[in-house]
Design a protein around this ligand. Structure first.
Ligand SMILES: Nc1ncnc2c1ncn2[C@@H]1O[C@H](COP(=O)(O)OP(=O)(O)OP(=O)(O)O)[C@@H](O)[C@H]1O
Length: 769
């Protein structure tokens, strides 16, 4: 935070600024922000803005909570903690001088000439709605059927929706896209020069690029879209709907504080600590799709900011005779839902699910391919879901409809909620667990609130903590210093690794099906690693590798998934990209890294995905456990593909050999037949006598019982025979006697059954019972 010329040390500055919101010498007022306001200002955090604004936010680092990392070094730890939490409780403190003090909140972006732009908003809105829809259907074990529609809304339509009359431009020069006569002249002259150069190049036989035309400045007219997402999920309880969407962030200071370091320092977030500040139903430590727990709320905040139009939700739960309709927006300052309509409607068809409609400003042109890629990749990782995606333009020729069909009725088992591993908790989390536990004493607390701590282990740990501690001591009476001691011991002590039983990977079967159905590759291999651990959190890496296929470019095509959602941005720094590019020797697996069309699919699931960067779009390359698991998974797929590739090469060589022998048959038989004819003539004229079999053959030639055709047939049969014998000889030597076969069973869609999977490095065996 800037100190306005003060000589205080940064730490002192922090403390004094936190203690009392006050008027400083240069009369800069401290003011408060509601959490919803904060997120409205920082929508980039949740993927609702452009990257440049996000970077400027990170660079600025002026805000007091950025100093969270120093808290531990304060003399009076508890006091500083209280101060910071108090500040959070009151709201988020920022200075009123936006220009210098709040660059982090988007204003920095405008200082740098970056205008508030819809950026990723349309993409992120689609994503959030789709992911909520999937979660909702999976929560009731229903095979997801999801329809997502983006409808373009023209300026006039938007104006009439908000009751604003259309205005004609009067003073053209006032507008951003105005081109003066001089500018136009300059542009046309430049265009003419470029065309001339191109014509010269063409005349000299040089490569000519497509003719360029410098477009006049484009209007920065906003584009509006109605995004609708309909699912067949569990729906929402009537009374909870307004809070689920319109109460962005509960005013729980403690929880909010847990959340914050995540945003500011990109700490590896735990979903539970994030969710705690939000109104949602996906709490607890478990593998979840969401990255921040903000999804739908951020979409609502963005709609409020960009179009001012409310969100509409139609929802019904299973067996409910009515459906709930709710139209609401969010009061950003008060952080509460603002309900326009909330009513029960008839639901005769007993439909269940949610139908959510939101109107936002966005950018289809730029994000079209990202949205379509996202849908396609989601279809790969979720082959048990059926998606219908539609884009409806003002111009029907620009309409897009893509259907991603369901290819299996087998859903991965739902992820299970689990407890924290002692090596995965920080001080704040221990405090929160103490505040929330129903256990009375320290022994019970350690034994029941953590995984891999049994009774005798807990007793030994308490013995190690020191004389202040005892098994029976009331856990709620622990002082801050004692909690620090527990934390220290958790850091140093040895614990068994958590198991991966709580995780829900896509499964090799689903991954393979997804790849086959969306890419139609020539070859595919999949691998599922066993559960491993990073900082007390279990994770599983699965990989798929494909060669060839539809819409796959030459070289490496990398598809990344985290907790079964596709990651599309910031690919370069990701552990999967780096591993595939740098650490796999593709040649040694007979794969040509630049020529072949290679699909690399890596899916990582965990109770905590170690995202890097505020956008949470990539997983860093610096976590050795994950990096090596990713490498192993890709290599295992390579090994499987190599044996297929080698067999294919051999089959090709065999075909080649046969083809070249067959090619010479006509010439060879023609020549032999001519010789035989000469010999038979000599034999008949007694110029040259032949005996026995030879004489018999020559007689048959004379009598035309043996013709050139006969020879051709016999030679072809011989080539066939020799080829077969050579192939058999090779197979006996190498131990392969026939091409691998795969039995394919098509189960009925309605079937319900249990199965057990057995994994080996090269195959997965599913026993259906
Ligand atoms: N399509 C839906 N069907 C049923 N409930 C939904 C649906 N969409 C949202 N909800 C409910 O609204 C809550 C808030 O949604 P929101 O997207 O803001 O956060 P989240 O889903 O909990 O977190 P994240 O978006 O990171 O997964 C959800 O927890 C869920 O209970």
């Amino acid at each position: 935070m800037e100190t306005g010329g003060s000589s205080e040390s940064p730490a002192e500055t922090k403390k004094s600024k936190l203690k009392t919101p006050r008027k400083s010498k240069d009369t800069q007022l401290l003011k408060q922000k509601s959490p919803a306001e904060f997120f409205a200002d920082n929508k980039n955090i949740a993927g609702f803005d452009n990257v440049s604004a996000m970077l400027s936010w990170i660079d600025s680092g002026h805000w007091f909570l950025c100093n969270y990392g120093d808290i531990g070094s304060y003399d009076n730890y508890e006091a500083s903690m209280g101060l910071v939490m108090g500040a959070v409780w009151r709201g988020l403190v920022v200075t009123s001088d936006n220009k210098t003090r709040v660059p982090a909140f988007g204003l920095n972006a405008s200082q740098e000439g970056i205008k508030e732009a819809p950026g990723k908003c349309l993409y992120t809105t689609v994503r959030e709605l789709v992911e909520n829809a999937l979660d909702s259907a999976e929560a009731i074990s229903e095979l997801p059927i999801i329809e997502i529609t983006i409808e373009e809304i023209g300026r006039s339509q938007y104006n009439s929706m908000i009751g604003l009359a259309d205005y004609e431009r009067v003073d053209e020069a006032l507008y951003d896209d105005f081109e003066s006569a001089k500018a136009r002249e300059k542009r046309l002259a430049k265009e003419a020069r470029m065309q001339e150069t191109q014509a010269k190049n063409a005349a000299l036989g040089k490569k000519v690029k497509a003719p360029l035309s410098l477009k006049p400045i484009k209007s920065r007219e906003a584009s509006f879209y109605r995004v609708t997402c309909k699912d067949n999920g569990r729906g929402m309880p009537h009374d909870d709907i307004p809070n689920m969407f319109g109460r962005g962030f509960e005013s729980d200071p403690l929880s909010f504080f847990y959340f914050f370091p995540v945003l500011l320092f990109s700490f590896w977030p735990s979903k539970s600590s994030i969710s705690a500040v939000l109104s949602g139903t996906k709490y607890g430590l478990k593998q979840t799709r969401g990255k921040f727990g903000l999804g739908a709320k951020m979409a609502l905040i963005w709609s409020k900011m960009s179009t001012g139009l409310p969100i509409e939700i139609l929802s019904s739960m299973k067996g409910q005779s009515y459906s709930s309709f709710c139209r609401l927006d969010i009061d950003i300052n008060k952080n509460i839902p603002h309900i326009h309509v909330h009513q029960k409607r008839d639901n005769q068809e007993r439909w269940h699910g949610a139908d959510i409609q939101i109107v936002i400003e966005g950018n289809w042109t730029t994000y079209r391919s990202k949205i379509l890629h996202y849908m396609r990749q989601m279809a790969v990782i979720t082959p048990y879901a059926q998606f219908l995606f539609k884009f409806l333009s003002e111009y029907p020729e620009k309409n897009v409809t893509v259907r991603f069909a369901r290819r299996t009725d087998i859903m991965p088992p739902a992820p299970l909620e689990t407890k924290y591993h002692p090596s995965a908790v920080d001080l704040l989390l221990i405090k929160r667990l103490i505040a929330e536990t129903s256990k009375q004493n320290l022994l019970q607390f350690l034994q029941h609130e953590f995984v891999n701590v049994g009774k005798s282990h807990a007793e030994r740990l308490i013995g190690e903590m020191g004389s202040d501690f005892g098994p029976k001591m009331p856990v709620k009476s622990l002082t801050s210093q004692q909690i620090v001691r527990i934390h220290q011991l958790f850091r140093q002590a040895k614990f068994d690794d958590p198991s991966g039983d709580c995780l829900s990977p896509a499964g090799e079967y689903n991954l393979r099906l997804g790849i086959i159905k969306e890419l139609h590759p020539d070859m595919v291999a999949t691998y599922s690693g066993s559960a491993q651990v990073f900082e007390g959190h279990p994770f599983i890496v699965e990989a798929g590798l494909s060669l060839g296929g539809k819409d796959v470019k030459q070289g490496l095509n990398i598809f990344r998934f985290a907790n079964r959602i596709p990651l599309l941005f910031e690919q370069g720094a990701d552990v999967v990209t780096r591993t595939a590019i740098k650490r796999i020797n593709w040649n040694s697996y007979k794969i040509n890294q630049t020529q072949d069309k290679i699909g690399v699919f890596v899916s990582i699931v965990s109770t905590k995905i170690p995202f890097k960067g505020t956008g949470k779009e990539y997983i860093g390359d610096d976590i050795s456990e994950i990096a090596s698991a990713v490498k192993t998974a890709i290599q295992q797929c390579c090994i499987q593909l190599k044996s297929k590739i080698v067999k294919r090469i051999q089959a090709r060589e065999q075909q080649e050999r046969k083809r070249s022998l067959n090619k010479y048959i006509p010439n060879a038989t023609g020549a032999i037949y001519e010789i035989l004819k000469d010999l038979s003539r000599a034999h008949a004229s007694k110029k040259r006598r032949c005996e026995d079999k030879d004489a018999e053959l020559l007689k048959q030639v004379s009598a035309k019982l043996v013709t050139e055709e006969t020879l051709r047939e016999k030679l072809a049969q011989h080539v066939e025979q020799v080829d077969y014998e050579m192939a058999m000889e090779y197979a006996t030597q190498t131990g392969v006697n026939e091409e691998p076969r795969e039995d394919i069973y098509i189960p009925p869609l309605e079937a319900e059954y249990n199965f057990t999977e057995f994994y080996s490095p090269v195959f997965v065996f599913r026993l259906v019972h």
